[in-house]
Write a protein that binds this ligand. Sequence first.
Ligand SMILES: Cc1cc2nc3c(=O)[nH]c(=O)nc-3n(C[C@H](O)[C@H](O)[C@H](O)COP(=O)(O)OP(=O)(O)OC[C@H]3O[C@@H](n4cnc5c(N)ncnc54)[C@H](O)[C@@H]3O)c2cc1C
Length: 229
Amino acid sequence: MKVRLLTHTPEPEKTVVVAAKLCYSPSSVDELDEKVKGISYAKFLGKVVGMGHHSVLEHASFTFGIDGISRSTSHQLVRHRIASYSQQSQRYVKNDKNNEYITPESISKNPEFAKRFESAVADIYALYGEMTEAGIPAEDARFILPNASCTKIIVTMNARSLLHFFTLRGCERAQWEIRAMAIEMIGLAKEVAPIIFADAGPACVRGACSEGAMTCGHPKEIREKFKNL
Ligand SMILES: Cc1cc2nc3c(=O)[nH]c(=O)nc-3n(C[C@H](O)[C@H](O)[C@H](O)COP(=O)(O)OP(=O)(O)OC[C@H]3O[C@@H](n4cnc5c(N)ncnc54)[C@H](O)[C@@H]3O)c2cc1C
């Protein structure tokens, strides 16, 4: 898996601070743009977001390019509706020369099933190749492809939506591949907006675990891990 932060709102934290200040100030936008230069973003944003004024976070957007995740993970990702996506098409891009797939560790470390998994996937790709060569359209041949098939996707989310995504998908309850992807994304987002994403991650990073009986049972370690990303 390769996750890159392709682009983002320039000065995301300043943009969010200007938006929040504007709500409570008689100043013009130009004046606010100047005024915010001297203030502590951390203190102000902490206060505003703590009050539940989360809509200001929607002014900062982040675009990630993700290569080499399985279709089973991209399917989970696109369930997050407050986002924009562009995904490599299985209609226009044939999988015959690019038959990469993900093998989960639980399978790869089991020699018997790893062998059978590999062989079944190889058979699937061979049949796929034969069908497309025989003129069956890729949009139909793809019906045989496994959830393990690799895909590429570009996703844009605003900071509010990303924080929600990180809460759900950073949690130990989330499936391992989307969780690994979310963790990479948090690290990249923190590099450009450390205040906004300071507490990004599952609910336990900010307080009590929200998972009830499904808790992983070690919120302390999880909290440490996310704070240090
Ligand atoms: C551990 C885990 C297990 C899961 N298991 C399953 C499963 O078994 N089956 C399954 O189908 N899905 C499953 N999901 C997916 C889950 O149900 C959500 O579809 C997905 O996480 C997207 O979350 P969301 O709707 O909050 O996000 P978004 O779509 O990004 O929406 C963000 C927020 O906007 C608001 N919103 C968006 N659209 C609407 C709307 N139409 N009406 C009202 N409010 C809206 C909601 O407050 C929502 O939380 C699972 C997710 C996780 C994390």
